[in-house]
Design a protein around this ligand. Sequence first.
Ligand code: SAM
Length: 291
Amino acid sequence: MGTLGNPAGTIAVLQKYGFNFQKKFGQNFLIDGRVLDRIIDAAEITEDDCVLEIGPGIGTMTQLLCERARHVVAVEIDSNLIPILEDTLSAYDNVTVLHGDILKVDIRDLVDTYNEGRPIKVVANLPYYITTPIIMGLFESHVPLLSITIMVQKEVADRMKEGPGSKEYGALSLAVQYYAEPKVMVHVPANCFIPRPNVDSTVIRLTRHPEPVVQVTDEKYLFAVIRASFNQRRKTLANGLTNAGNLGVTRELVQETLEEMGLSATVRGEQLSLEQFAALSNLLYARVHGK
Ligand code: SAM
């Protein structure tokens, strides 16, 4: 049983250490035991798992993870939290706390050291401004991982899970769905945190596809095509691709390719599925590279 997932437990620890919240690190600590249990359940942690927790704070969720997992590696940027974590996690011998910025840590090295290179599960309640770079960094670098269970701003969860035709559908939806299956797990109101954030949150689990769901000649080219297609949201996809400048395509080539795919010259990015983006990017790539 964790001891911190309630207002009194958290306040006692904060007072004991005279802790001051740092806005720049996006510190909002969870104080609701039921929400914490639901996050841990959502992550489907088993006693075989090695879990990477990003941003443990005072160790509220870390305690619960330690009770379920074989090993927990927790990476925290704020040096003032390190002595607190040593205290709140002193009852557990299956946790490693590392002081550092997750965007600079060699996560593959952590996977090798703490899980012999086998896939890990990632759990995180992070500042919202680094959520996307962290998720994309983890996926794009192909670090061995099974899932990422992460607290995000409600709107970001919507963008990750939507498909064609929705106004939330865009480059983030496609990037996430290329690598993983998103599932919204828990809605978390602002009053479940100290201090209270200005927005409501959602926990989303991204389960990595065991096999790629689409075949792509060049991943980087696919993502460049996707970004260009959504760059100018109110313009046609053909304009977006032609104006991008980094795809090596002419307007004629784009139009020919759309026609070959049975798509209208005025089609917009938000109408295409991941499968269609993959086919489009493969065709353009082949033509640009003369293959
Ligand atoms: N997990 C705790 C909880 O749920 O109560 C704390 C969540 S708080 C929203 C985010 C945590 O991430 C803070 O402890 C903050 O210091 C830490 N953090 C922020 N940026 C970080 C980074 N780049 N690398 C590692 N930790 C970071």
